[in-house]
Design a protein around this ligand. Structure first.
Ligand SMILES: *Cc1c(COP(=O)(O)O)cnc(C)c1O
Length: 375
């Protein structure tokens, strides 16, 4: 069986978890601080705040951005459901924009949805391909909106020569095993804004005025106060220790993933009636997923292709979901039509890509795809 994905974890990562457990400090502490400093340095941001996952990162981003009940936040429907859910958590309304052929939010359509209730735009760097950040920065400046980036899949990707995480003030990452580096579960928010950094640190730990690490190291007795109603969205030191090791390997992981992706692109380029992923001159993707679009002239349907591959022992996934078609959103979105997103959802397929992936495995995927997609 060839799986769709596998986290790249080795004895180095396992040793870091083991060593941390034996230090006796296992929840948010010195390793979390070290991971944050190294992650901020890696992406080129001033600050990084570690949290329990990207969904909680997005929730905190909404809170520090001041998004409140009844506000509107524009985001793509085509994304993992956590994107829109984070807007719901603060009582705001997700307003769904269309995407382009690259599965990323369309700036023109997003602008057409701005009303006097709009407070923010939440862009998503879908499957690791950076959206056009500068277009959205300009839009946000023009209309006085907050820009938030859902970079769950985009650790290690770059836009205009700079890593994702350095371009704006609320960038949220995931370390779920389906992403390019993993801490089991985990998340990070990067920012250049010291006020955001300060409030994010409070909110992730029940609004506590003094964190455990500071209290532990103090020679004076200190009592903490709880400054506002916060959350327990902490990352553990065990996860952070793994994250530090994963981060050391991130650039290498991205290059290895890209080698496989380039091989796929070369071997699949002559198949008719499909559209392969394509980078433009501004982006360098980590190829978190390799997604193929089947054009309408394609003889085999996407679902049939997925079944045939599965019968042959090759896992695949449908492309990115559309949130407005899920049961949780269907009712409130019953009049909403997003033909481009819906068409992409119905006709896209994600094929296996992980490291290490053997030449035999890669060639097996190529040969089966070539066979089933032949005219
Ligand atoms: C995976 C993912 C999330 C959620 O990340 P978690 O760390 O699992 O909470 C959010 N948005 C997008 C686009 C994702 O792909």
């Amino acid at each position: 069986m060839i799986p769709i994905a596998k986290p790249y974890l080795n004895t180095d990562d396992a040793q870091a978890a083991y060593d941390t457990i034996l230090t006796g400090w296992i929840t948010q502490g010195p390793r979390v601080l070290e991971f944050e400093e190294k992650f901020a340095k890696y992406v080129g941001s001033k600050h990084a705040v570690a949290v329990s996952n990207c969904t909680t990162a997005l929730h905190l981003a909404m809170l520090v951005a001041g998004i409140k009940e009844g506000d509107e936040v524009i985001c793509p429907s085509m994304s993992y459901i956590a994107t829109a859910n984070s807007i719901k958590y603060v009582g705001a309304i997700p307003v769904f924009a269309e995407v382009g052929e690259d599965y990323n939010i369309d700036a023109k359509h997003a602008e057409s949805l701005i009303t006097n209730k709009t407070k923010a735009i939440l862009i998503v760097h879908q499957i690791g391909f950076p959206a056009d950040i500068d277009a959205f920065k300009a839009l946000c400046t023009k209309h006085n909106l907050v820009l938030i980036e859902d970079a769950a899949c985009a650790a290690g990707s770059s836009y205009k020569g700079k890593k994702i995480g350095s371009h704006s003030d609320l960038v949220c990452f995931s370390f779920h095993p389906r992403k390019v580096i993993s801490t089991g579960d985990g998340g990070m928010i990067t920012t250049n804004n010291p006020e955001y950094d300060h409030r994010l640190r409070l909110l992730r730990q029940h609004g506590m005025s003094v964190n455990d690490r500071v209290r532990h190291n103090s020679s004076k007795v200190i009592f903490e106060d709880h400054l506002e109603v916060g959350y327990n969205y902490r990352m553990t030191d065990i996860q952070a220790a793994v994250g530090i090791k994963q981060l050391e390997k991130l650039d290498w992981i991205v290059e290895e993933r890209r080698k496989i992706a380039m091989y796929y692109l070369d071997k699949l380029k002559d198949i008719p009636n499909i559209r392969l992923p394509k980078e433009n001159e501004h982006i360098h993707t980590n190829f978190q997923s390799f997604c193929i679009y089947l054009k309408s002239a394609c003889k085999i349907s996407r679902n049939e292709l997925m079944q045939k591959l599965l019968d042959d022992g090759i896992a695949s996934r449908r492309g990115v979901m559309c949130t407005h078609r899920e049961t949780a959103y269907k009712n409130e979105c019953k009049d909403l039509q997003l033909p481009i997103s819906e068409n992409l959802q119905d006709n896209s397929i994600v094929i296996p890509l992980y490291i290490p992936m053997s030449t035999e495995e890669i060639n097996e995927v190529v040969s089966k795809l070539t066979f089933y997609l032949a005219e």
